[in-house]
Ligand binder design. Structure first.
Ligand SMILES: Cc1ncc(C[n+]2csc(CCOP(=O)(O)OP(=O)(O)O)c2C)c(N)n1
Ligand SMILES: [Mg+2]
Length: 415
């Protein structure tokens, strides 16, 4: 199950009395299970109909997710997008399906996504969903999601199709198989007007890049990108740090951004980065942590130290459980509860206690030299960066609102 075409972690929970019991039953060679059964052949009729819908569309948009990355189909997606001049928005799990610098990339959609990506979903006349699940963090208010679009949904798991939204053209199958079969059917179209409109939205309401006295997230992402080399692997934790990494750090390709996605497991970044460091020796590997999430697996610094794993841990230190605090600030009238964790932990001292080198960054001027030094060190490093504690992840779609009703500041929320 873990290694089949929709791979991922599987929890097998066996009670200890079962483990200790004896059995004379023969263990079957093959097992069948309910639900998803593996790879299905693509229905060519459905595919032709889907291609016809796409070719007719004036304002098509691909909504691409992690299924494309699991299917190793990034090149197939890019070929289809380029042939049809089809812009692509992606989910959190789909970071890297397009080169974020590509003119066809519309960035991440959803609750913490770019305003222009949500606007493109709202205004498209054809939504081509591939390897995605219409998660509530993506759709916002469901009946206002892609209201003008004919929807095509490609997914390997039939139970995912029409689970959340009604689609006109379902295609059950592997994303790579579907995209390969779709490529010859896609006609090169002139979509310059639509692409121009998306470009103007990007200029009208870009991702915010505030200038403050203290360091702010996009400056840190830019500084990391400047030292990261051509093929970095970045694991992010859960919280604002995760959204800032997904939105501001450029990702040219797949499997360079590791995140726990919908599971939301704080503490994920460091062990995930350690796995990447073992699996990709030679590639620069970063763990980008919030100060809260870092403490959930901080003991793994011992493993980093033991193996001299070259994981560069960047702590975005705001003294807060920032993402939860953002809710308390915006929606709960600043009634803060249990989200101010303060500055009681000296992460540099903790890291050194584990035998890991550490650098403290307090000011803008200290950031670039600290990252340069971190890259020069042959082994694990913790860089503890003080950031403006009043930075949040905007734009944000308030729960229950339409995805085009994103707010750019707490003041925009009227309750
Ligand atoms: C184990 C666990 N506990 C609680 C949460 C809920 N949660 C989501 S984000 C977040 C705050 C994360 O704080 P921090 O790591 O400091 O990151 P920041 O948002 O400040 O960047 C919390 C508590 C979670 N996702 N996982
Ligand atoms: Mg924090």
């Amino acid at each position: 199950m873990a290694r089949s075409r929709r791979p991922g972690p599987v929890l097998i929970d066996l009670p200890s009395d079962v483990l200790a019991a004896k059995t004379s039953k023969k263990i079957p060679e093959e097992v069948t299970r309910r639900g998803y059964q593996g790879k299905a052949a693509i229905n060519s009729k459905s595919l032709k109909k889907a291609a016809a819908i796409i070719n007719q569309a004036k304002r098509p948009l691909i909504y691409a997710g992690g299924g494309i990355i699991m299917s190793e189909a990034t090149d197939d997606l890019r070929a289809v997008a380029e042939k049809g001049s089809l812009p692509v928005t992606h989910t959190l799990m789909g970071v890297g399906v397009m080169d974020s610098a590509s003119p066809l990339s519309v960035g991440m959609l959803g609750m913490y996504g770019a305003w222009y990506a949500n606007q493109a979903v709202h205004d498209c006349d054809c939504l081509i969903a591939i390897g995605v699940r219409f998660d509530d963090r993506v759709t916002g208010k469901l009946d206002a999601f892609a209201p003008n679009a004919r929807v095509i949904h490609v997914d390997i798991d039939p139970s995912s199709i029409r689970k959340v939204v009604n689609v006109e053209m379902p295609i059950v199958g592997d994303a790579g198989d579907a995209l390969k079969a779709l490529l010859p059917l896609i006609e090169p179209g002139d979509r310059s007007e639509w692409l121009g409109e998306i470009k103007s939205w990007k200029e009208k309401k870009p991702l915010p890049r505030p200038q403050r006295d203290q360091l702010v997230p996009h400056e840190i992402m830019e500084a990391i990108a400047a030292v990261a080399g051509s093929h970095p692997v970045v694991a992010s934790d859960v919280g604002l740090s995760q959204m800032w990494t997904a939105n501001y750090l450029p990702f040219p390709g797949p499997r360079q951004y590791l995140t726990s996605g919908g599971l939301g497991t704080m503490g994920y970044a460091l062990p995930a980065a350690m796995g990447a460091a073992f699996g990709h020796p030679g590639d620069p590997v970063f763990a980008i942590n919030g100060d809260g999430a870092f403490q959930m697996n901080i003991q793994e610094l011992a493993t980093c130290s033991f193996y001299n794993l070259p994981v560069k841990t960047i702590v975005l230190n705001n003294g807060k459980l920032g993402m939860v605090r953002q809710f308390q600030k915006v929606f709960l009238k600043e009634r803060y509860a249990s989200t101010c964790i303060g500055k009681h932990v000296d992460f540099c001292m903790v890291a050194k206690g584990f035998g890991v080198e550490a650098i403290k960054v307090n000011t803008k001027e200290e950031l670039a030299p600290a990252l340069k030094r971190a890259m020069e060190i042959d082994g694990p490093v913790v860089v503890d960066v003080e950031i403006d504690p009043d930075c949040y992840s905007f734009p944000m779609v308030p729960p229950g609102k339409k995805s085009v009703e994103a707010i750019f500041s707490p003041e925009e929320w009227e309750g």
